[in-house]
Ligand binder design. Structure first.
Ligand SMILES: [Zn+2]
Length: 335
């Protein structure tokens, strides 16, 4: 099924093969003797362990070419899943320890995106995550740093990180300025923190989409607002379970939010870190959350409509999706 992904962090989507090669390139790690060891390294005991592992793997990205090759190989893998279009986050300020200049990381990712489009026919636009955890004082500097790159590939800013420590409203002026400069604006909200953070992303940051947003379910007034305004939510089911927001599929509110008429998309977040893929996420919607094939198709189309692609590109992707469903009409009726 042709797919569109709107919430994937390139920093958490490297391929295990490539990271293994990087570890060897930089003198190895005595605990990592095989890909299997590496896979086991990404089984987390708790959220601090996840963060610790995140920075451990960042230590092996030491030159711009490491970033370019990593993103190129990631996009190649994503194209094998028939992801035809994605809007991917990256945060070039998370590699201080490696000493790579952030603007060189931006350029490396841009090179990878262009090479991958040519070689694998996958269109990737980029959203730079200015990251809450580095504080508001750096946020405007970061916006200034990436503004010269704003264009065909770099299209927006995002806000990930600790919602509880660095509250959403703190970044209002940065988002106002980003919007004025022509960036699309999105923010993670309503993942660790509840509805208040989502309200703030909408009212203070005036975002166009909400990353996660699942905890909107705790506020009926917010659910109604999201329904009326049709503000897209980028939901990442496996991520929410792996980080402990919900204990399992039965607790997850995707199906309930969907039945209430909200504009939902499904995404993989940090696919390598969480051991998921976008194909897996769709499979979960069908097999675990009991969405019908018709509903799956609506989620698939929601992703196209909620993307920042120009209308002409959206039309082409929807035509591709329609062809898929026409070709597979028999399997839909059988379901
Ligand atoms: Zn995310």
């Amino acid at each position: 099924m042709p797919k569109v992904e709107l919430h994937l962090h390139l920093d958490g989507a490297f391929t295990l093969d490539f990271l293994f090669d990087l570890i060897q390139k930089y003198d190895g790690d005595p605990e990592i003797k095989s890909i299997a060891d590496l896979r086991n390294r990404f089984i987390f005991t708790d959220f601090p362990h996840f963060v610790e592992t995140w920075f451990w793997k960042n230590r092996f990205f030491r030159e711009p070419i490491d970033f370019e090759e990593s993103v190129y190989r990631t996009l190649k893998e994503l194209s094998f899943q028939n992801i035809v279009y994605l809007e991917a986050f990256f945060s070039p300020w998370d590699y201080k320890e490696s000493g790579v200049v952030s603007t060189n990381i931006v350029q490396a990712n841009l090179n990878a995106v262009k090479r991958a489009e040519k070689d694998f026919n996958i269109r990737c636009r980029l959203i730079v995550d200015i990251t809450r955890d580095h504080g508001h004082e750096h946020a405007i500097d970061r916006l200034n740093e990436i503004t010269p790159f704003l264009g065909e590939e770099i299209i927006g800013i995002g806000l990930g990180g600790s919602e509880q420590k660095y509250q959403t409203h703190m970044f209002e002026d940065v988002f106002d300025e980003a919007k004025r400069r022509g960036f699309h604006c999105v923010a993670h909200a309503g993942e660790v923190m509840g509805p208040k953070s989502i309200w703030s992303a909408i009212k203070d940051l005036k975002v166009e989409r909400i990353g996660h947003g699942v905890r909107a379910i705790e506020d009926p007034e917010l659910v109604e607002y999201l329904r009326i305004e049709q503000i897209p939510l980028e939901i990442c089911v496996v991520s929410n379970i792996k980080t402990g927001i919900y204990s399992g599929f039965t607790d997850h509110p995707f199906a309930e939010l969907f039945s209430k008429g909200l504009l939902l998309t499904v995404n993989s977040d940090d696919p390598t870190m969480f051991g998921t893929t976008l194909a897996d996420e769709y499979s979960i919607l069908y097999h675990e959350l009991n969405l019908s094939m018709l509903e799956i198709r609506n989620v698939q189309i929601n992703a196209v409509e909620s993307s920042f692609a120009p209308q002409g590109e959206k039309k082409k992707i929807k035509e591709m999706m329609n062809r898929f469903w026409i070709d597979n009409a028999m399997s839909i009726t059988n379901d």
